[in-house]
Structure formats: structure tokens, C-alpha cells
Design a protein around this ligand. Structure first.
Ligand code: GLN
Length: 329
């Protein structure tokens, strides 16, 4: 494990990286021995991932990057995939259709809650709870399940600026145990809120959650959002500019499941977590920070990742609602 952060590219005049260099090292040292939380264990593969793995990566909108710790380790993207499937659905159907078919309301319930599906007026809730995410996946067009899946993987790869791959063992582990998600898909069908075969949609969703990313790739996916939809590494437009605010606002509202309100209160940055232990936070116009550390809190959010991002964002005054952030200080 590296003990010094690595800055890729020379001095950049970009404060997220230059100040970030110092802060990332500080945060890494401060939280590396934090033993709070527990690996997800409802997906058997995740229970046996080394809980000490810890990686931090920042990528800026002008494609500077810095990394620290276990940034080469490929972990499953899990729920962070939901952000990019939402983007792809909007690309295909337009934002208004997606809003009508999925909705964007907080559920106030855990991410896998069937009660939310019954109770919510939209049933699907929003694109970041499992039910809404499975419904969003069901919107992706294609003649076969493989065609849909390949399109999703290609889209994520474009956002990462590198070809991403399925972690087959994660997929198998999750596919063997995802009865809850199958139940959600049939509940959605009862309310006409799923738009393709329910089990096929769950299977594609399970694959998208099993895509492997390392912290640097995840930070680059985040930086694509921070850069108004253009991947700063490849210069390629991935997400329509007009879709970006819908995605970021959904991240602010529901990115950390039922921990989202506390996150907005303390950090004030759009972010998305996954039960694989990753969190990516977006600083619009500036860049993204991705942290990977498997142990999760009760809501399913990486404990160390939340602490690192809060620490760095606080020191850099990146809370979107802070006076400094809007030029009032
Ligand atoms: N694949 C996971 C699930 O469906 C994703 C959940 C998550 O990361 N919160 O349960």
C-alpha cells in the first residue's frame, strides 16, 4: 500500500488537486485505522472482501488526478451504477419521460424496501433505490437482454474513459441471492411501473451492479458529471448537458439511501454510494472524489469514505450551499 499520495501530471494551478494533495494524505492517515462499520454480507462475495482496503482518488475537470492507497483494486460499483443507467435512460427517452416513468422522490426507507414500493405514489420512488433502479434499467432499449447489457456497459466505460468489465464472481454471488430484488420487480409489475420483463430487468441490473471499477476509474466517472457530461480524460461527451442537473439533484436527495438527509446537512455535495464500499462525490465545475473502503454503516454507506469526503470537502469549503461556494465570502 502506498503511503504517499501520487499526483499525476505536473503542477496544475487547480486547487482541488493542489490543496487536495495535502488533505488527502491527512485524511488517509486520520481515517486509515478507523474500524467502524461492517462489510455488506447479504451478497456473500462482499462479506469476504478485505475490510482494510482503502483507496482515495480525485480527478478534476481539467483532467488532473491524484491517488492514495489501494486505488488499483477493482471493486463492484453496486448502486453507483444507478447514476449512469439513469443518465443512459435520459439519453434514450429524454428527461421528461424518465421523470414520469420513474419519479424522483425520497422514500424515507432503506434502499431495498418493498414497503416503499407499496406506499409511494409513484411506486418506483426514484432511480437510486433498488425498485426505481430496476425500473430504470428496464427502460433501456435493445432487442435482446445481451444487447441492453452491452449498451449499459459501454456507456459506463465511456464515463470511466476505459473499458470496464463485469466481475463474474460478484455477479454469480448476487444472482444466487437476489430474491428481494426479484420480489421488487414483480411488485413494480403489479403497479405497471416496470417497462420490460421483470426478471430480465433484475438480471441486467444485477450485472450492472457487478461491474468492476477502481477508485481512479470511479473518480473519472464522477469527474464526467462535474465536467457537465464531458469526460475530462477523453474529451468525449457522455451525458447531455441538460441531464446533468437532474442527476446531481437526485444524488443530493437520495445518493446515500436513507443517510442522504444527514449527508446533505453535513457535506452538501451530490454523491452516490454502493454496498461494495465505494462513494463518489461531485464538486460541479471542479472535479470528483472517489473513496473505496468496504465497511458500511447501517444505511449501507462506506464509513471511511464518508469521513474522508466530509473532511476534504469541509477543508476546501465545497459545500454547495456554503456562502464561499456561491461567492459570498
Ligand atoms: N446490487 C445491490 C442490491 O441490489 C446494490 C445495492 C446497493 O449498492 N445499495 O442490493
Amino acid at each position: 500500500m502506498r503511503s504517499q499520495p501520487a499526483l499525476h501530471q505536473a503542477s496544475c494551478g487547480h486547487c482541488l488537486v493542489e490543496q487536495g494533495l495535502l488533505l488527502v494524505r491527512e485524511a488517509y492517515e486520520k481515517f486509515k485505522t478507523d474500524s467502524g462499520g461492517k462489510n455488506a454480507d447479504y451478497i456473500p462475495y462482499l462479506a469476504q472482501v478485505d475490510p482494510k482496503l482503502f483507496g482515495i482518488a480525485i480527478v478534476t475537470t481539467n483532467n488532473q488526478s491524484l491517488t492514495m492507497g489501494d486505488v488499483k483494486y477493482s471493486f463492484s460499483i453496486q448502486s453507483i451504477s444507478k447514476v449512469y443507467t439513469l443518465a443512459l435512460a435520459m439519453e434514450e427517452l429524454g428527461a421528461d419521460q424518465v421523470f414520469q416513468k420513474i419519479g424522483s422522490e425520497p422514500t424515507g426507507r432503506p434502499f431495498n424496501s418493498p414497503i416503499a414500493v407499496v406506499d409511494m405514489p409513484t411506486h418506483s420512488g426514484n432511480a437510486f433505490v433498488n425498485a426505481g433502479a430496476i425500473a430504470t434499467t428496464s427502460l433501456i432499449s435493445g432487442n435482446t437482454a445481451d444487447e441492453k447489457w452491452n449498451k449499459i456497459l459501454a456507456f459506463y466505460s465511456k464515463a470511466a474513459g476505459e473499458q470496464l468489465k463485469l466481475i463474474d464472481e460478484v455477479y454469480k454471488s448476487e444472482a444466487a441471492t437476489n430474491t428481494g430484488n426479484k420480489a421488487l420487480s414483480y411488485l413494480l409489475a403489479k403497479y405497471d411501473r416496470i417497462y420490460a420483463d421483470p426478471f430480465e430487468s433484475v438480471d441486467i441490473y444485477t450485472k450492472q451492479c457487478s461491474v468492476g471499477v477502481n477508485a481512479l476509474q470511479l473518480a473519472r466517472m464522477g469527474a464526467t458529471l462535474a465536467n457537465n457530461g464531458v469526460n475530462p480524460a477523453t474529451g468525449e461527451r457522455v451525458i447531455k448537458s441538460e441531464d446533468v442537473p437532474h442527476i446531481l439533484s437526485t444524488m443530493m436527495m437520495a445518493g446515500l439511501y436513507d443517510g442522504s438527509g444527514g449527508w446533505a446537512w453535513h457535506v452538501g455535495l451530490p454523491a452516490k454510494s454502493g454496498v461494495g464500499g465505494g462513494i463518489v462525490a461531485i464538486v460541479p465545475g471542479k472535479g470528483a472524489i472517489a473513496v473505496f473502503a468496504p465497511p458500511l454503516d447501517e444505511a449501507g454507506n462506506s464509513v471511511k469514505a464518508q469521513k474522508v469526503i466530509e473532511y476534504v470537502a469541509d477543508k476546501l469549503d465545497y459545500n454547495l450551499y456554503s456562502p464561499a461556494s456561491v461567492g459570498l465570502k
